[in-house]
Design a protein around this ligand. Structure first.
Ligand code: HEC
Ligand code: HEC
Length: 463
């Protein structure tokens, strides 16, 4: 297996921990002027107002450091890729919340930009608080002793999983389940470890070896910045220079406020500076209703206890039984399965079959700007996503393929032996054939109206 598949070294991990601390220190309440104007005099939820307006701790907005400025140049530089035509921004478009700019389920990469990827491109926004990958609530907590993942999994095995409920999301946060990490399967812990993935991935930027990358960096217009920042000898050790480049790109994603702007209507509403429409308010209530949509059971929408804005994810993993996507060429091989946590793109949890089919719960911020949904991009509208959440087990024929005898294959993107891993207990997945669906069509539209309030760039009253 080539090195881009492997999560990096302990050193990088420690560096990443430093980053998280630096990012946490940089949190500051939004500038006082912005908090001044409230939309509702006597705020009441029934009128679409936030009954408890808040000033939350957001990352400080400062000018970019010299390293981050270099990172910006690298982020937008297509010359690093094997094709010479693909930069990070080609797949992570700033116009689309750093998600995919095109409608295909996956993006094309490789030497001639003909090679389709295997997973949907996630948004790069709001990753600044992503914890490192671990299993269990404090598995890699404050102490220095890092317990191997296999042992963490063993410790977690005997525990009963807590139901994920919008009314008690904290309980789910204590689950002894896999959490944190970057990528759909959490195989990288930090942004700079992560950059090695797409850069050398033959399906993505296909940059070749660090040596080849360094050759290009040296010749680039910013080659001199590089030597100035990291020392004149930096290009003599290609590995080191490549690591510094990753470091710079990571700094750019951490320092640039455009990666965590918190400018959605929902953020304005949290601050008491916007009023939800009746449809948005109905959607908000359903989103938080543990017996209905229950979305907040996993996509947490409350500020944290220490005043950080909600990121609409609990950082945990779930198997939702997302349908197989025939548009991904790798899926033409009937024996190929993307099992998330247990492979094929991470190799360390393959024997922990209880995790097969689990993928990271993504943020829902800016989700309405996406063209493709879920890890394999199988759905192309939020209406399809909501239909899936509401009717997966009631009308499986709507989502899954059929076998030769014409029978529906439920959870058809998992081998039969792993289908028991699929979540059937948390609402809205707790409905069985013959039950009323968790959501009516009209209610689905309301939830979508609420999801629309999570798009950054809201220019309503007060902001
Ligand atoms: C050809 C398209 C493509 C290019 C180019 C690309 N990426 Fe990605 N990126 C992806 C895909 C697909 C994933 C998800 C892969 C997975 O989960 O296995 C991803 C995942 C990520 C993630 C993890 C996000 C998360 O939510 O966990 C980060 C961070 C990231 N990319 C940054 C970058 C950077 C930095 C560059 C440039 C060095 C880059 N990407 C270039 C397609 C691309
Ligand atoms: C039990 C936990 C859980 C609940 C409850 C839940 N989700 Fe999710 N959600 C996930 C996970 C895990 C994924 C990623 C699954 C995958 O790609 O295989 C996801 C993915 C999504 C996506 C795709 C995002 C993207 O970037 O592709 C949307 C949209 C979404 N959820 C909306 C909702 C809504 C709306 C509700 C309520 C009706 C909801 N979710 C309830 C766990 C949950």
């Amino acid at each position: 297996m080539s090195h881009w598949l492997r999560a990096g070294t302990a050193d990088l991990w420690r560096l990443g921990a430093l980053f998280l601390i630096a990012a946490a220190l940089a949190q500051a309440p939004r500038a006082a002027g912005a908090a001044a104007k409230r939309t509702c005099a006597a705020p009441r939820l029934a009128q679409g107002c936030n009954p408890h307006p808040l000033t939350l701790r957001e990352p400080a907005r400062r000018p970019l450091s010299a390293v981050a400025q270099l990172g910006a140049k690298l982020f937008y530089d297509p010359s690093l890729s094997g094709s010479g035509r693909l930069s990070c921004a080609s797949c992570h478009s700033p116009a689309r919340a750093y998600g995919p700019p095109a409608a295909g389920p996956v993006m094309l990469g490789g030497p001639r930009l003909h090679t389709p990827g295997i997973r949907a491109v996630p948004s790069l926004r709001y990753l600044y608080r992503q914890p490192p990958f671990s299993i269990g609530p404090d598995a890699v907590g404050d102490n220095d002793q890092v317990i191997p993942l296999s042992q963490q999994a063993l410790q977690a095995a005997g525990h009963v999983r807590v139901l994920k409920s919008a009314s008690a999301p904290q309980a789910a946060a204590a689950n002894l389940v896999p959490q944190g990490g970057l990528f759909w399967d959490g195989r990288a812990d930090t942004l700079e470890q992560q950059v090695n993935g797409p850069l050398y991935n033959p399906l993505e930027m296909d940059a070749g070896s660090p040596g080849r990358v360094i050759g290009k960096l040296e010749k680039a217009s910013y080659g001199k910045d590089f030597a100035r920042l990291f020392g004149p000898g930096v290009f003599e050790n290609p590995r080191l220079a490549a690591d510094e480049a990753m470091f710079a790109i990571a700094r750019y994603q951490i320092e640039n406020a455009d990666f965590h702007p918190f400018t959605s209507k929902f953020d304005a509403w949290l601050a008491g500076q916007a009023r939800l429409t009746p449809a948005e308010l109905r959607g908000y209530r359903l989103f938080n209703d543990p017996a209905k949509a229950n979305c907040a059971g996993c996509h947490l929408d409350r500020p944290t206890r220490d005043g950080l804005p909600p990121l609409f994810t609990d950082f945990q993993y779930e198997a939702l039984g997302v349908p197989r996507n025939p548009a991904i060429p790798a899926n033409r091989n009937p024996r190929y399965y993307d099992l998330g946590l247990c492979g094929p793109y991470r190799a360390d949890l393959g024997r922990q079959t209880q995790y097969c089919g689990m993928f990271l719960t993504p943020t829902l911020r800016n989700v309405a700007t996406r063209y493709a949904f879920f890890h394999n991009g199988v759905f192309h509208s939020l209406a399809q996503v909501l239909d899936f959440y509401g009717n997966r087990d009631l009308h499986p024929g709507r989502f899954y393929g059929h076998d030769a005898a014409g029978h529906v294959i439920p959870y058809d993107d998992l081998p039969a032996r792993y289908r028991a891993n699929v979540d059937k207990v948390d609402a809205p997945f707790d409905r069985r054939s013959g039950d009323e669906p968790a959501l009516t069509r009209a209610q689905m539209r309301d939830v979508i109206a609420f999801l629309d309030t999570l798009t950054d760039g809201y220019r309503g009253t007060g902001r």
